[in-house]
Structure formats: structure tokens, C-alpha cells
Design a protein around this ligand. Structure first.
Ligand code: ADP
Ligand code: F6P
Length: 487
């Protein structure tokens, strides 16, 4: 029996609440693990004074997780350091924020070795291994060094930067070469895959690249663009549940008849929140007819708080939100509600459904699942408008959104104006096209596509057949956002 072994920095086992609070990715991975009796391996999120290599097993709703604790120095150099101070900014085109410290690179290599050493005893020869994201790029090569011959795939959840930026990373060739240890490499969209292939051809002249296959030395590596999706069926169910409806009503009541514009992001400099706030401010400035008619709710829970650049962006947004409210607020209206906390997924889906427009405007994003969640949560008879950055991986699929340059406050203000005035027929037409993509290329489609390629021996399927898609979005008759404002 082929067993799936998933490895990622963070492990999200089922939450025991009927999956209500588990993201689509975790639900999909859990279901594949359940079917193959597999293991999900990663960091426990805990620190231990001295690394012991002890593996903590746990089993929840048929999913086995195996986690290890890391030393404080590991967390500092690997997670806060190389992953989030070096690679994250570099992969999101922020070389100005990237810190190139040898200790970070050393910690990253050490933790990847530690992952490999503790994982090897858990692997059996028939297992298929699937490693995730920028934290673990060299893990495949570490596993090969320790004799692992299993089929092994890697999926990158972030963008792949252009060669000109990537070459600023010390030892970039060695770093990229470690990816040739995998049998299959997955990228979120064609643009990131093209950047990767360009780098490979530029830096490894002996590599032969043809038909999405790289041949280099004795290695053959297949590459694909395989955009991750959400569990659309599950999200529709969430958004139309009684609990979500309560959340929708609560937010609508608080708006007192105003139209809701919404944003939901981790508080990360890649999400373009500063530029977004400027875009909204520009709308209020240039189109005063919208003042007191709209409210912008930006939900942004803090993320990676140990890292200086995240502390900086938080301070900047605190000041900017205060400034915008100071400039435009009246005794009866706060134009920008800026909220630094997370919400339950169901509550969030109800809020998405209440919004007339969503601003999903990252400066760079591997995919962006919020965009897809917003689409799935809409009322088909009165859908909101998705304003989406051209620089998110999702823009390759969601072409019927209002696609914008997130760096331009004017373009953001124009798109907001267009969304707020858009007639319902156009909103429905655009939404239908978006929803077709979100439903067809969902997380189950993504999982099957990747794993069917990875598991090329064809002996067993690693994923269950597609779930039946028989949940209809419930119609909602009392959506009470006011009609689009007019000049
Ligand atoms: P990233 O992986 O960079 O954070 P994505 O948009 O791809 O960006 O995924 C973010 C996920 O986190 C989405 O599933 C979204 O619903 C969830 N999320 C983001 N902000 C919040 C929040 N404030 N409360 C709850 N969930 C959130
Ligand atoms: O999308 C990239 C990513 O690193 C995911 O892997 C992760 O779940 C998310 O961002 C949140 O980041 P962190 O695990 O650092 O809190």
C-alpha cells in the first residue's frame, strides 16, 4: 500500500470541531492522509532547551501527526531568520528587507538536516513523500544524502522570484540545485514556474529543459504549475450556515445602512495594506459622495511578530489608519475599521457575504486564498465584487475580477468606485465566471493533480475520488447593503 508522508513547517491536524476552523488546505491534506494511513510530519511549534530528535505522535480523526520540538536557536535562525528574514522578503521581491546572515543560512541547513534525520526512520520504501514550502527547500536533498530513494515531491506556496533578484542570495546556485533532488516540483502559477525555469536555464547551462521536464546530471525533475484552491463546497456550506448568517447580520447592523468594503489578510508587508489604505483614502478624497456611505473593514491579525519588518509595518499601519480616520471621520462615522485579530472561519465567511467589495491587493502573493474564499461566500443573486491584484497568483485564474495594480492608489480608488457603482447584472456575470473557476479548480482538484503525477507507479491512488458537489448555495433574500452610491 502506498502511504503518503506530508512534511511542512507547521502541521494542522483536524481540530475536532467538525473541521469548522480548519483551512481548506489542511482539510484536503488530512483527507489524503486518512485514505493512505499516512503521516504529517513537521515542527510542533514548541521549543526545547536542547534538540533531542524525539518525535511526538498523535492521532486525531484518523490523521497521524509526527512533530518535533526545536531549540530556541533553531527557531531564531531557521524560522525567524532564514525563512522569514531572508527567503520570504526575497521571494516577495523585497530585497530591501532581505537579511543575508550566515548564521541564518547555517540554522536553516541545520534544521533541514534535523528534519531529515528524524524523518528517515519513519519512512518505508513504498511511501510517497510530499514536502511543502520555502522553509524546507533543501529537505529533499538531505533525505537523498541519507539514502532515501522514494518518490518525493515539493510544492512552493510562495512566488518564485525573478533570476535578477534571486542571484542576490549568497550561494543561490547551491540553494536552487538542492531542488533537483525532488522528482516533481509544483508552483502556484505559470509566472512563478517560468521564473524558475528561466533561472535554471540561465544558471545551469548543462540542464536540458523540455516539456516541463528538467534533466541535469543523473536527475530528471518534472515541474508543473498547479494552482492551489479552496474547498469550495465546504466554504459555501459555511457561508450559508445559520452561524455565518448571524455574523453577516451583526456586521450589517453595525453599518447602519452603509456599504461594506472588506479586506482580510495576515499583517504582512507583502499584502499591500499601506497602498490599499492610501487607495481608500483617495476614493474618499476624490469622490466625497462616498463619505459616510461606505465603511472599509480591514481584518489583519498580527503575524511573525518576532521579525522587525513585521513590527515596522504594524506601526506604519497603526499610524496610517489613525491618520485616515482623523481626516475623514465624523461624529457618526468611522471610515476605516482596522482590526488586528483573527476570526473564526464561519464568522469570516458571513462577513465576506455581507461585503459589496473585497480588496485583495497584495504586492506579491503566491496564490491568495482569501480571494477565492470571498468569491465562494457570495450570494449568487447579489454578489460582491472582487478587486484583485495583478501580482497575486490567483489573478491567472480569476480574470473576471477587477484586476488592479496594487501600487497605484488611483487605480485602487477607480476600481473601488467601479465596484460600488456596478449594476447587479454585471456583478452576477463576473461572479459566475469567478465561481466556475473556484469550484472547478478547487483544493481536491489541486491535490489529485499533484499526487497523480507524483505517484507515477499507478499502483494505488493517493487521493480519494472527487467529493460529490451537491450543495447548492442558498439564496438570500434580505441582503441589506444599500444600493451602490451614485454621484
Ligand atoms: P497567506 O497564506 O499568505 O496568509 P492566503 O490568502 O493564501 O495568505 O491564506 C490566508 C488564510 O488565512 C485564508 O484561509 C484566510 O481565511 C485565513 N485568514 C486570514 N486572515 C484571517 C483572520 N483575520 N481570521 C481568520 N482567518 C484568517
Ligand atoms: O503562504 C505562506 C505561509 O507561510 C503558509 O505556509 C503559512 O501557513 C502562512 O504563510 C502563515 O505563516 P506562518 O506559518 O509563518 O505563520
Amino acid at each position: 500500500m502506498t502511504r503518503l508522508v506530508i512534511v511542512s513547517n507547521r502541521v494542522s491536524p483536524p481540530t475536532g470541531d467538525g473541521q469548522a476552523n480548519q483551512g481548506g488546505l489542511a482539510v484536503a491534506l488530512s483527507s489524503a492522509l486518512r485514505v493512505t494511513n499516512g503521516i504529517w510530519f513537521g515542527w510542533s511549534g514548541n521549543e526545547t532547551e536542547k534538540f533531542t530528535g524525539q518525535v511526538h505522535f498523535s492521532r486525531n480523526e484518523g490523521v497521524t501527526t509526527a512533530t518535533i520540538d526545536l531549540e530556541p536557536q533553531d527557531v531564531e535562525e531557521y524560522y525567524n531568520g532564514f525563512a522569514n528574514r531572508t527567503l520570504w522578503p526575497l521571494f516577495h521581491d523585497r530585497t530591501d528587507l532581505a537579511e543575508y546572515e550566515r548564521t541564518f543560512a547555517g540554522g536553516y541547513a541545520r534544521v533541514n538536516q534535523r528534519f531529515a534525520e528524524t524523518l528517515v526512520p519513519l519512512i518505508t520504501p513504498d511511501d510517497v513523500l510530499w514536502i511543502h514550502d520555502y522553509h524546507l527547500i533543501p529537505l529533499g536533498s538531505e533525505l537523498r544524502k541519507q539514502g532515501v530513494k522514494n518518490r518525493t515531491g515539493f510544492f512552493l506556496h510562495t512566488p518564485w522570484p525573478v533570476a535578477r533578484l534571486l542571484t542576490s542570495l549568497p550561494s543561490h546556485q547551491e540553494f536552487v540545485e538542492s531542488l533537483f533532488a525532488y522528482d516533481l516540483l509544483g508552483f502556484q502559477c505559470q509566472t512563478w514556474l517560468d521564473s524558475f525555469l528561466y533561472y535554471v536555464q540561465d544558471q545551469f547551462p548543462h540542464a536540458e529543459v523540455k516539456d516541463n521536464v528538467i534533466r541535469i546530471g543523473d536527475r530528471t525533475v518534472q515541474v508543473i504549475a498547479c494552482p492551489i484552491g479552496i474547498d469550495a463546497t465546504e466554504f459555501i456550506e459555511s457561508a450559508t450556515s445559520a452561524e455565518a448568517d448571524e455574523s453577516r447580520h451583526a456586521i450589517l447592523r453595525s453599518l447602519e445602512g452603509r456599504t461594506l468594503i472588506m479586506g482580510v489578510d495576515r499583517l504582512d508587508y507583502s499584502k499591500g495594506l499601506e497602498q490599499r489604505f492610501h487607495g481608500y483614502s483617495r476614493l474618499l478624497q476624490d469622490h466625497p459622495e462616498f463619505q459616510e456611505k461606505v465603511t472599509f473593514l480591514q481584518i489583519a491579525p498580527p503575524s511573525r511578530e518576532e521579525v522587525g519588518s513585521y513590527q515596522d509595518i504594524r506601526r506604519e499601519l497603526d499610524a496610517l489608519s489613525g491618520h485616515i480616520n482623523g481626516e475623514f471621520a465624523t461624529a457618526h462615522w468611522v471610515p476605516l475599521r482596522y482590526v488586528n485579530r483573527g476570526y473564526d472561519r464561519i464568522a469570516l465567511s458571513g462577513m465576506y457575504r455581507a461585503a459589496r467589495a473585497a480588496l485583495v491587493t497584495p504586492l506579491r502573493d503566491g496564490m491568495n486564498l482569501v480571494a477565492k474564499e470571498f468569491v465562494a461566500a457570495q450570494d449568487p443573486e447579489d454578489p460582491g465584487v472582487l478587486i484583485l491584484s495583478r501580482f497575486a497568483g490567483a489573478a491567472e485564474q480569476l480574470k473576471d475580477a477587477l484586476l488592479v495594480n496594487p501600487f497605484s492608489p488611483e487605480e485602487l480608488a477607480d476600481a473601488l468606485q467601479q465596484a460600488l457603482r456596478m449594476p447587479v447584472e454585471e456583478r452576477k456575470t463576473r461572479w459566475r465566471a469567478l465561481m466556475d473557476s473556484v469550484e472547478t479548480e478547487d483544493v481536491h482538484w489541486w491535490l489529485r493533480r499533484f499526487l497523480d503525477l507524483l505517484n507515477d507507479n499507478g499502483a494505488d491512488r493517493l487521493v480519494p475520488p472527487p467529493p460529490s458537489n451537491d450543495v447548492e448555495p442558498a439564496n438570500n433574500t434580505d441582503k441589506s447593503v444599500q444600493p451602490a452610491a451614485s454621484s
